[in-house]
Design a protein around this ligand. Structure first.
Ligand SMILES: NC(=O)c1ccc[n+]([C@@H]2O[C@H](COP(=O)([O-])OP(=O)(O)OC[C@H]3O[C@@H](n4cnc5c(N)ncnc54)[C@H](O)[C@@H]3O)[C@@H](O)[C@H]2O)c1
Length: 249
């Protein structure tokens, strides 16, 4: 039970990567507080991970952070995985101000708000770990995803800034940067057919040197390792790329 007695806040815990990380921490004995805006997905998690704190709300709103801290108390580990990438956002001329603002707000501002919320108690206790979710798009822009790439680059700099400012207070901050994962994000999935999804998997297999998409389960295992001081206690301020070699191709 690597995380027994630890309070872990997971933002975006309702599906995909956040759900897999929730399962990982639950199996390792953590006390969980789960946040998502998707009520149905959260209700499913509340049944599965009975005893966890549950907050349904927009992670980009300060009120959601306040509600979280009210039930979590001091947080040992913050995991931020909430993210969006609307299909309507593309290159810069093709991105509406509304899409730009919502992507920056969910992917970056909410990471800042949660970090700002949990850090004072971490500083007081001289201990804490933050793990954000970036993407290889934050290191090397992918075509026609300008707002998304900027938001993920921002998350990487946010983690680096926190790592630098708070290392002497016993706090580490890193970013998990996946390539293609086994499922597209929910906002894309809702508009993609089974055949589109299968074509995406085939395309990933063709492009990725390891010839497949990443599994949520393996990302979760990596996330736990990055939060485990006995494994990663000397790693801070780093984007950790898990992309099957895609950035080499
Ligand atoms: N799926 C991929 O191929 C991929 C690749 C690289 C990076 N990522 C990143 O990994 C993270 C998780 O992606 P995923 O595949 O699990 O996607 P997902 O859509 O399955 O999960 C994201 C979760 O965040 C929640 N969420 C979105 N906006 C929110 C908001 N404003 N407030 C609260 N909750 C909100 C959603 O309801 C959902 O449960 C994202 O940050 C994404 O950018 C995903």
């Amino acid at each position: 039970m690597r995380f027994a007695g630890k309070t872990v806040v997971i933002v975006g815990a309702g599906s995909g990567l956040g759900a897999a990380i929730t399962e990982g921490f639950s199996l390792e004995g953590a006390r969980l507080v789960l946040i998502d805006r998707d009520k149905t997905a959260l209700e499913r998690q509340a049944i599965r991970f009975a005893g966890s704190g549950i907050i349904c709300g927009d992670a980009a709103e300060s009120a959601t952070v306040e509600q979280t801290l009210d039930i979590s108390g001091p947080v040992d580990i913050l995991i931020h995985t909430a993210g969006i990438d609307p299909l309507s956002a593309t290159d810069v001329p093709g991105t509406s101000l509304e899409d730009w603002q919502s992507i920056i707000s969910v992917n970056l501002t909410s990471a800042f708000l949660f970090a700002r919320g949990v850090l004072p108690a971490m500083i007081a206790r001289q201990s804490g770990c933050l793990l954000f979710t970036g993407s290889i798009a934050g290191l090397k822009p992918t075509p026609r995803e300008a707002a998304y790439a900027v938001s993920k680059a921002g998350v990487i700099q946010l983690a680096r800034a926190i790592a630098l400012d708070h290392a002497r207070q016993g706090i580490r901050a890193n970013v998990l940067c996946p390539g293609f994962l086994e499922s597209v994000m929910l906002d894309r999935k809702r508009v993609m057919s089974e055949s589109d999804l299968s074509k995406r998997s085939q395309a990933a297999a063709a492009i990725v040197p390891l010839a497949r998409e990443g599994r949520y389960e393996e990302m979760s295992a990596l996330a736990l390792a990055l939060c485990d001081d006995s494994v990663s206690g000397y790693i801070t301020g780093q984007p950790i790329v898990a992309d099957g070699g895609l950035m080499l191709a």
